[in-house]
Write a protein that binds this ligand. Structure first.
Ligand code: GTP
Ligand code: SPV
Ligand code: MN
Length: 601
């Protein structure tokens, strides 16, 4: 709750980067008239501005400075304990009809919702500073790049957005002065950070987002899930491109052959880790580079799918991050990073569950209470996060700024499944791959509030992020496929299958290179596979498992199909499609029948 601070009054030359586009000025005036802030701070993204806002945030306890010797220019933020993850139940898609939002979204009528939000925002910024943040999603010279503005009364949001996006002058330049140019209107107010007054509302037709009552993550960094995915997916369908919850990585062989691969896994299911993978010693000469770790915008070019990362930073899961699991992330977050909801040690270091080395004898936990290794509570919140610029990543791909994006050879879907789903398989073709993505499921995680570990269908990892009717979204995937002469191959992976002892069968992390290598082999037409009812499966000798300490029974289990489990799985696919009330395209129903028939042979 420490961001509910009084207004700040910057010295001359800071906070006065007023844009000249009249449409923007009119909108800011309208919001200021409604929210009644003490003053307006026009952000320019400069270093001087950053220094000023950091100093103010330290003074007002929005941030705590970490040990500068260990973590230069890095800070800890504690959010309110009632405000630690995305709130899917309070996230709304406000389209003129309920049908447009579809069966998987919470729908609210736009007129009523605007009225309710106006009431909540009325006078909400009294005594506070209203920040106006211009930002750009995507590299400066990409045709897909979008401009957004976020109005906020949170300094934490300003400081986070300047890491997560290309913020300030660069966005104003891209927008220009045309009052009819396309740009996203985002309004955020903390209000009193009360879960009873927490609503994340999207108005796709108006390219508008209004978020109130939260100060955390995907609820308030409106560039990310709200614009780049929910509004993004809506615009993508209209404009014939794709906005996906997908990482993008480059993989280069010792001979210098390079492929790009995109992978859609649900929240907290391994995107950041996979995107920063370091191949094990056995794969000498192989190199993996990161284009993006969370969101990919893709378009068709010369019959192929090209992808780019609209973001400029990583908002990554902290627990489990270590030099063993993800060295590139550890190096990235050693400087210029904002940590949220991790523990603070007595010497200004940070601590979390799964970090290298022994836990500290004493720390302050994410809530601000004393903590020792004997404490029953976790030191860091399971959804604690780092916010760090992409330029910190030692494995950053050289083509991230390339406006045309990178050509995608393979799309991978994957979730967290203790059973049923094998380590990897390849779909027969595009439409079959779309079916496998549409029916994928995953155990829920701490990235959203609510029960953890419950298996739910999460089509293309977009269940919480698709800004329109999911049936139309499936059809959009099918339609894109028809336009591709050289479509990516589609795969499914599951790093999380467990044995009878309840432990993961697969070592994961860097060792996922072995699966990635098979995927690349398949793209190059060289990898072996066996035909199964669900797709092409590698046999154990098709995977390079040399120098890996794994029991061959575990490998058989990982790659095996249990017919009984799959009967249940296919029944669950049907149940899911039925629950969507008739919006599923005929082609996908047909795919399901074919799959079911495959198991009856
Ligand atoms: P969001 O940022 O929420 O979209 O998450 P993400 O998909 O980027 O997930 P991330 O890579 O941050 O991983 C989430 C959790 O899964 C972390 O605690 C990781 O340590 C763990 N994890 C990631 N990859 C693997 C893996 O290959 N095997 C196992 N067992 N755990 C993994
Ligand atoms: C996710 O939940 O998929 C995230 C974190 O990437 S948040 O930005 O909070 O949505
Ligand atoms: Mn995510």
């Amino acid at each position: 709750m420490n961001d509910l601070a009084p207004a700040i009054f910057p010295p001359k030359g800071i906070g006065d980067a007023k844009p000249s586009n009249k449409a923007v000025l009119d909108w800011v005036h309208e919001i200021a008239t409604l929210t009644q802030p003490e003053n307006i701070f026009w952000c320019d993204g400069s270093e001087r501005e950053r220094e000023f806002l950091i100093a103010e945030s330290l003074r007002q306890n929005v941030l705590i400075e970490l040990n500068g010797k260990k973590f230069p220019r890095s800070y800890l933020h504690r959010s309110s304990p009632n405000d630690v993850a995305r709130v899917e139940q309070f996230t709304f898609v406000c389209t003129p009809t309920k049908e447009e939002a579809g069966p998987t979204n919470n729908w609210a009528e736009p007129g009523e919702t605007y009225a309710k939000l106006r009431e909540l925002l009325s006078g909400a910024m009294r005594g506070r500073t209203m920040f106006v943040i211009p930002y750009m999603m995507g590299p400066a010279d990409s045709p897909l790049t979008k401009v957004g503005f976020e109005i906020t009364d949170s300094k934490y949001v300003v400081l986070s957005l300047r890491i997560m996006t290309r913020m300030g002058e660069i966005a104003l330049k891209r927008l220009g002065n045309d009052p009819s140019a396309e740009w996203n209107r985002g309004v955020h107010s903390l209000l009193d950070v009360n879960p009873d007054r927490r609503f994340i509302c999207h108005f796709p037709q108006d390219n508008t987002i209004i978020s109130v009552g939260s100060g955390y993550g995907g609820n308030v960094l409106l560039s990310k899930k709200c614009l780049a995915l929910r509004i993004g997916s809506y615009l993508a369908r209209k404009q014939n491109w794709m906005a996906e919850h997908i990482l993008i990585l480059g993989v280069e062989s010792p001979e210098g052959r390079k492929h790009y691969v995109a992978a859609a896994f649900p929240s907290a299911c391994g995107k950041t880790n996979f995107a920063m993978l370091i191949p094990p010693a056995h794969f000498k000469g192989w190199k993996v580079t990161t284009v993006g770790d969370d969101i990919g915008w893709m378009r068709i070019r010369d019959g192929r799918l090209y992808a780019g990362n609209p973001e400029n930073g990583y908002f990554g899961v902290v627990p489990g991050t270590s030099y063993k699991s993800n060295p590139n992330a550890m190096r990235s977050i050693a400087h210029d990073t904002i940590y949220t909801n991790v523990a603070l040690t007595d010497d200004g270091d940070v601590w979390w569950e799964g970090k290298d080395g022994p836990p500290p004898a004493h720390a302050i936990d994410w809530r601000g209470d004393d903590w020792t290794p004997q404490s029953k509570e976790k030191a860091a919140h399971p959804n604690s996060r780092f916010t760090t610029p992409t330029r910190n990543n030692p494995a950053l791909d050289p083509d991230v700024e390339k406006g045309e994006g990178v050509p995608i050879s393979a799309i991978i879907f994957g979730g967290r499944r203790s059973d049923t789903v094998p380590l990897v398989y390849q779909a027969f073709d595009w439409n079959h791959g779309v079916y496998s993505g549409a029916t994928m499921a995953s155990e829920t995680t701490a990235a959203a509030t609510g029960a953890v570990g419950r298996v739910r269908r999460d089509p293309m990892a977009m269940l919480p992020f698709c800004g329109y009717n999911i049936g139309d979204y499936f059809q959009h995937w099918l339609d894109i496929g028809k336009q591709l002469t050289n479509p990516p191959l589609i795969f499914n992976v599951n790093w999380f299958r467990k044995g009878a002892d309840g432990k993961f069968l697969w070592p994961g992390f860097g060792e996922n290179m072995r699966v990635l290598k098979w995927i690349i082999d398949r793209c190059e037409g060289s990898g072996g596979a066996l035909k199964s009812p669900i797709g092409w499966l590698p046999s154990p000798h098709d995977l390079d498992l040399a120098e890996l300490d794994i029991d061959h029974n575990a490998v058989d289990e990982l790659l095996g199909l249990d017919h009984e489990e799959w009967q249940k799985e296919i029944a669950a696919h049907k149940e899911f499609f039925d629950s969507l009330g008739g919006v599923v395209p005929e082609e996908l129903q047909k795919q399901r029948e074919q799959l079911a028939a495959g198991f009856e042979l």
